[in-house]
Design a protein around this ligand. Sequence first.
Ligand code: C2O
Ligand code: CU
Ligand code: CU
Length: 480
Amino acid sequence: MEPISRRRAIQLGGMGLAGVVVGGVGLAATWDGSSPPSPGGESFGMPAVFRSDGGVLDVTLEAAEGRHEVAGRTATTLAYNGTVPGPTLSLRPGDLLRIRLVNSLSEPTNLHTHGLLVSPEGNADNVFIHIEPGESFDYEYRLPDDQPPGLYWYHPHLHGLVADQLFAGMYGAIVVEDPVELPFTRERLLIVSDITFDGSRVRGASGMDRMMGREGELVLLNGRLSPVLSARPGERERWALLNACSSRFLSLRLDGQRLQLLGRDLGLGSDAEDVTEVFVPPGGRAHLAVTAAEGSSTLEAVPVDRGGPMMMGSRGDTDVAALATFDVGGPAADERVALPAAPAVRDLREATVDGRRELVFAMGRGMGMGPRGMSFTIDGRSFDHERVDQEVTFGSVEEWTIRNDSPMDHPFHLHVWPMQLIEENGRPAGSVTWLDVVNVPAGGRVTVRIAFDRHSGRSVYHCHILDHEDLGMMAVIRVV
Ligand code: C2O
Ligand code: CU
Ligand code: CU
């Protein structure tokens, strides 16, 4: 196989994430044809991509149960358009996104666009919508011109069914393309999820699973088990990685390779930082630069101790999961163009704070709300869609401290309004970090600042251990 010229490589890399994703399988085949999948591994696949054209993307997503290819087998799962993960939606800032969601499930569902800075009202990112079986709904989202390029995602958000539906296969990526050419040989989309099978069906959750937050026995990358990714020494790749697990926390390693963290969630506010381990809570994303070094490395998810209900010890999975093999060989490439400096982003540390709030996450006994009488609350209350828990004035900047009075970590997620990390357990954040999921450690506290100057309306915040969300660890915010 003729080695690809540097110019061609840069060109392809410069097409932006989605450009390369479109090529997905085919691209990998021509690019790295010299390295066939290793035994036991699966070649690296990609879900279909729907790209916007002329500022508009019109898609139909059908949620249905069926026999699907996942984890190297055919199994009965839920899915959007018959694939796990569902199709990738590729957009540009300012685009109009229209999704017709067809509910062919036997239960209600709806849709949430996690991380998009779009309205939570009407037929936009409105999580209060119920779409009954056999019905469909037309969503319409207008992305702002300054939606940060990066990785977002969609998943169901019908309270009580979120974890079950997502765990059974309903999730997909939303990529907002970077209009600026980036100095990478190629860009990869990595969707991490987990699942457990009972025969050829997805296993349901026990009461204990829900309380702990279920973790699947299999950890998948783009719906596959341990695919092989190939590169040449010296190549530099950009990885956009999503933790689409219902409850599993990821701590990722790629020993033997140079790994740099470029940003999280809403992106690229800090300069590249060399890392050996990358922590990604459920719902979160990480943007990484990988500089390939000769040899074979394993992308591993190492155990994370996220605590557990008292008397029950820590949560279950103590195994290392091998997510992928990264095979580096062939003639060396020289892609050492300097990484671009991080774009200047808004820093609310200098803002005037109009209000301060404290939110308390807790787990209690004997209130009969969850399995085994365990309640999952925010400020002592369980979710009620008719109650407004926080009313915020449009245009204000607020500082929120989220306190975790329980013995388990809870990843705090606020819809629509991104959060700038200010302090974690009293330690000030070093750089400007914009997140939509902030992990609040067991017994700890996290302080964030939020500018409520983009959309008004009613939406939610919750624990992104989706079993906890379904058990009531969610509340309503209204910005007026
Ligand atoms: Cu990714 Cu409210 O969720
Ligand atoms: Cu969300
Ligand atoms: Cu939680």
